[in-house]
Structure formats: C-alpha cells, structure tokens
Design a protein around this ligand. Structure first.
Ligand SMILES: [Zn+2]
Length: 388
C-alpha cells in the first residue's frame, strides 16, 4: 500500500512500454498522423532514451528504424528544385521497379523541415554517424524555404511560414554543423520583430505571445549563436513572462489552462535562460503526475484525458528538468538527451577534423535519390548504444 503522503511515483517502465508500442503499431485513431510518422518515431525513440530504456530497442529493430528513417531522405538532382531533406511518411515512395513510375513520383517528393529535424534527431539518438547524409543538399533545402522576412516555410511546395519552422531550420543547421546560405541575420530580425509588448514571442508577426513559440525563438537564437545579442534587461523581462506562466503546471498563454507539454516549452525556455530554478518544482511535478495514465503509461495534456506520445515525451522532459530520479538529462534547445548531444558533438569534431566543407557530400556528385535502395551502412560510435 502506498502512503497517502508519499509523492506519486513516475511509472518509468509503463511509460517505456507505452512508447515502445508506438514503434510497432499505431492505433487507427492516429491514422491522420500518417504524414508525420517521423515525429511519432522521434517521441518514442527520444522518450525511451530519456527513460534510459533504449535497450528495449533490439539491435535489429534499431537497424530497421535507421534504414526506415533514411528511406525518407530526398536528395534532389542538379536540375531539380532544392528540396533536400526528409519526408514524414513513405506514401510517395511506390513499391515498384517501374522506372517510369519512380521518375514520375519524384515531383511529389520533398523534404519538410519538421520531418528533417525529427529524422536527424532520431538518427543521432540511435548513435548513427550520419554518413549517409548529404549535408549540403539538406541545408540548401533549408535556405530555399527561407522567406524574405527571415522566417521559414516547412517545404518548397508552399506551407505556413512561422517561428516553428525557424526553430526547425536552426536545429537542422546546428546538428549538421553547416549554415550554407541560410541568412542568420534576417532570421534574427524576424525573431526579434516577434517579441511582443509583454516579452513573450509570437508565432508570426503581430500575433499573441505564446509559450511554444517563445521556446522556438529562444532555442533558435541559442543554436545560431545569437542569444548573446539580447541585452540583460530584455532577457530578464522574457524570463519574467516565462516564470509567470506557472500556475501549478505551466500554461502557454495568460488565462489559459495548464497543460503537460508546457512543462517542457516553458521549462526548456527557462533552462536556456538559466532561470529554471525560479520555478516551483514540486507543483510542476504534481501537475505532470496528475496527467499520468497509471494503467497503460503515458502522459496526457490534462488529468483524465487520453495519453499520447507527444505529451508523454514532453512530460518526461519536463520532469527531467527537475532532476527526477531515473530520467536522463535533456538538452533543452535540441530537445533530446545530453547523451545524444555528446554523440553529436563527436560527429562535429570528426567532420571538422576531416576538412568540414569537402566532407559535406556523400560522394560529391549529389545525385543520390530517395528511391534508390542503398546498401551503404552507417555505424554507431555512440556510448549510449554500447553501454546498454
Ligand atoms: Zn499540450
């Protein structure tokens, strides 16, 4: 029997089992997420990593996930539009050898910034060495979707352009250690024009300040090495706006209900600004735990709601910031584990030691295609894989 005064435990193994399930099958009610499967893999893999449970992913499964992820890579030919990056699902990859069909389908294949960010993050977390990536073509694809106002669209085929994709662009360039012709200055100007009168950031110009967007803005500034361009007074005011989002858990905007995921969005923002210690850890933990599903694991946005991979992962990260036992440390701006970040830093060192730019492309020709079956294997040098 549990003592009523004892703090409720985080059901670590149930959360791991819950996330692992999403790597095997998706419930029918999630079929509308087919085009964003990479994000579900991201929540599951990175969640298992934060739970220190990547050992539940067998070596065969790990290889399958890495190969599936690379299967979504689009590398444009020289005469095609700059649409390099990862797709979110495989619906545009027909299972056929018919060259005519394969050629025809190329016009429907393009990278999407959010899918590219989550795909690379999954590869890094699984300890892959990214050697199957043509870093230049991916970053060319990022530069191609930058708008004149400094923001980014998700893909070349046209989409919304706002702070969410500014964040994705920054994560991709930072992870690939290459910014190419991405305009960091106009990106900075867009971010600063989105700082509102109350010192939160809005999703698009003239919008309302929002917790998720404020995370995107601050993380993009940090990842592009531009956070120190903000003066101390501005940073303190942003911190104040963030701290005031705590009720017990955190809300995304003033007068809105609290929601588990904001323990990450607001928590990570405060971690980036070194202000997380100004929050009430116990109240935050208690709220997140009130959304824990004790039967099947996972966290929901609100108590009594259904858990989902998004709130499960972000709830775990929110708890990790408070030093919850059993959880691995999380790198706030990239939104994956510190162990994955250490592996990424090793890759950066390796690339830099091997002449950076000339090491960008796989073979220099840049004519690999998404539909070409590759037998090339990448290797794992990550301590997080061998240790488990
Ligand atoms: Zn939420």
């Amino acid at each position: 029997m549990t003592d009523a005064n004892e703090p409720e435990p985080v059901l670590l193994s149930k959360h791991a089992k819950n996330l692992l399930r999403f790597l095997h099958l998706l419930p029918a009610r999630m079929s509308s997420h087919d085009s964003t499967r990479s994000t579900i893999v991201f929540f599951a893999i990175c969640g298992l990593d934060v739970l220190n449970s990547l050992n539940l992913v067998t070596p065969q499964m790990r290889e399958d996930i890495i190969n599936w992820t690379y299967g979504g890579l689009v590398v444009p030919r020289a005469d095609e539009k700059q649409c390099g990056g990862f797709m979110g699902c495989r619906a545009m990859l027909p299972q056929t050898d018919d060259a005519k069909v394969l050629e025809c389908m190329r016009q429907y294949q393009w990278g999407h910034l959010a899918m590219t960010y989550t795909s690379i993050a999954v590869l890094v977390t699984l300890g892959d060495d990214l050697s199957r990536l043509d870093r230049k073509s991916i970053v060319d694809g990022v530069a191609e979707v930058q708008r004149p106002d400094g923001s980014f669209s998700a893909c070349v085929n046209g989409s919304e352009d706002d702070m969410r994709f500014v964040y994705c662009a920054a994560t991709i360039c930072h992870m690939l250690d290459y910014w190419g012709s991405v305009n960091k200055e106009s990106m900075f100007q867009f971010i600063m024009r989105s700082l509102r009168y109350d010192y939160g950031f809005s999703q698009e110009l003239e919008g309302e300040a929002h917790g998720g967007t404020t995370f995107c803005a601050l993380a993009a500034l940090e990842l592009s090495g531009q956070l120190d361009r903000l003066d101390a007074t501005t940073l303190e005011r942003i911190k104040r706006w963030l701290v005031f989002r705590q009720v017990d858990g955190f809300q995304g905007r003033p007068n809105k209900p609290v929601d588990t995921c904001y323990s990450f969005w607001i928590g990570a923002s405060l971690r980036i600004l070194n202000g997380f210690e100004l929050t009430d850890y116990a109240a935050n933990r208690e709220y997140i735990l009130s959304t824990q599903d004790k039967l099947i694991g996972g966290f929901a946005k609100w108590p009594q709601s259904s858990p989902d991979p998004f709130h499960t992962y972000l709830g775990l990260c929110g708890l990790a910031f408070t030093g919850e036992p059993g959880l691995n440390a999380v790198m706030p701006s990239l939104n994956f584990s510190m162990a994955a970040h250490a592996h990424l830093k090793q890759l950066h060192e390796h690339w830099r030691a091997n002449n950076g730019l000339s090491h960008l492309s796989i073979d220099g020709s840049g004519d690999a295609t998404a539909t070409t079956t590759t037998t090339k294997k990448t290797t794992s040098s990550s301590p997080l894989i061998s240790a488990q």
